[in-house]
Write a protein that binds this ligand. Structure first.
Ligand SMILES: [Zn+2]
Length: 449
């Protein structure tokens, strides 16, 4: 019989003024642990919560986790993190402190209470003394988890408290406060790209942060709690990636390549490492920071590494560009920005990142399933062979074919998928892959399975 997980916790009742001063004003409650979704409440939802409180209607219990000294945010002053009730707590803090908070569109707005008698929109400072004590004395239930839980199990608890269903890894990434989330959401990407593409050099610092975070998580993919190592490792990586020591004397940095690993923690960074490996397999690649940024951007945009020819082209442009300003971003950086612009700007429209009507490019088979299908056929290798025509294929250029076409009732289940070369996948059309092979390639490996 499965053992029931024990999570000793204490449910207490606290007044809102206590919750506000003890947890929020003091900075002791971390509202954005890595597993949390990005704040997603609208202005109306924020104000609606305050309205419930002022009307003395009940609101759901908050769940917070008591941190231990081993948690990275402990060193930053946090003693608790918010597992459930993040949006509610943000609205409460914004109203009580009189500080505007960003709405869904990123525009700062005050949280108001609309007084029903005169329909006035009131900030905290506009309330009467009596109304302030209504708010301050309102009691809420707080569930304080005191058992030691890993980040993974906190995440699992967060997920089950949301709506009872688990969220996927990519959705988690998208919703999390981790900086990589700005690349996985199209609006975040657009906001971020504008300054980059317009040549503001400061934006590159953010690139470095994101890549350093990904690299750090990737390097610690086998740890029980990879996030715990993040702070230790990321500063070091940031120095290396950002060429902080002396940009003019050390214009390139080195990435020590390891073989691509099957961990699923950061598939994006794995793609980065895998495509660098493709350029110069099994050795150290010397790269300019913008080159790696560019590659990373491409991978996040398209969900796959660019063709090797493009990588080589970027690599060549990078080495031929020159630095004109010592110690600062100079002509060389500018040249690489131009490459970034030329390569990506016109394609942004296609994937909808430019804010136009374009639809995002999508693989019919999700990236994770593509990887799963590839690993099943060619475990531990980036090279393989087409099961129909026997042409060499790689994890980068393969296509995932449906054995029974979707048009013919086939599913996206992994058992119905197989990596093939592009020409075979396209020529087969909606015909059954086996009968197509019997006609076109009677000796195909597929037919001997
Ligand atoms: Zn083929």
């Amino acid at each position: 019989m499965a053992r029931r997980l024990e999570t000793p916790s204490r449910i207490v009742t606290k007044s809102l003024s206590t919750v506000y001063t003890e947890y929020m004003e003091s900075g002791k409650l971390d509202l954005s642990p890595p597993y949390q979704r990005a704040p997603c409440w609208t202005h109306d939802q924020n104000c609606g919560l305050i309205d419930s409180i002022m009307n003395n209607w009940p609101i759901p219990m908050f769940t917070i986790y008591k941190l231990s000294m081993a948690d990275p945010s402990f060193a930053l002053g946090a003693r608790f993190e918010c597992v459930d009730g993040q949006n509610r707590l943000r609205a409460i803090a914004a109203f009580r402190s009189g500080t505007p908070i960003p709405n869904k569109k990123g525009v700062d707005e005050y949280v108001y209470w609309t007084r029903p008698t005169d329909m006035k929109e009131l900030k905290w400072t506009d309330l009467s003394d009596e109304e302030r004590s209504w708010f301050n004395d309102y009691d809420v239930a707080v569930n304080i988890i005191q058992a030691s839980m890993t980040m993974e199990s906190r995440k699992a608890m967060f997920t089950s408290l949301q709506d009872g269903t688990r969220i996927s890894a990519s959705e988690n990434l998208k919703n999390s406060m981790h900086p990589v989330s700005q690349f996985t959401s199209r609006t975040g990407l657009r906001d971020f790209l504008e300054p980059v593409l317009n040549g503001l050099m400061t934006a590159s610092t953010q690139w470095i942060d994101v890549i350093a975070d990904c690299a750090s998580l990737w390097l610690h993919r086998d740890d029980a709690d990879p996030l715990a190592s993040l702070n230790r490792k990321q500063n070091e990586l940031r120095r290396v990636l950002g060429c902080k020591k002396n940009a003019s004397r050390n214009p390139v940095y080195k990435i020590e390549l390891e073989a691509a690993h099957d961990a699923t923690l950061f598939p994006l960074f794995e793609s980065l490492v895998a495509s660098l490996t493709e350029v110069k397999r099994g050795s150290t690649v010397r790269c300019h920071k913008f080159y790696v940024s560019l590659l990373f951007l491409y991978i996040t945009l398209y969900g796959e590494a660019p063709p090797t020819e493009i990588i080589r082209e970027w690599f060549a442009s990078m080495t031929s560009a020159k630095i004109v300003a010592e110690g600062k971003a100079g002509k060389r950086d500018y040249d690489i920005y131009k490459i970034l612009w030329n390569t990506l700007m016109h394609r942004l429209v296609d994937i909808g990142a430019s804010g136009t009507d374009g639809k995002p490019k999508r693989h019919t088979v999700p990236k994770q399933k593509r990887n799963e299908v590839w690993t099943r056929e060619f475990p531990g290798s980036t090279d393989g062979v087409c099961p129909c025509c026997e042409a060499p294929i790689t994890v980068f250029n393969m296509e995932v074919a449906h054995i029974q076409a979707v048009a013919d009732g086939g599913t996206n289940d992994a058992t119905n998928l197989i990596p093939t070369c592009g020409p075979c996948n396209r020529s087969c059309g909606s015909e059954h892959l086996v009968s197509w092979c019997e006609r076109e390639y009677p000796t195909a490996p597929l037919l001997r399975r």
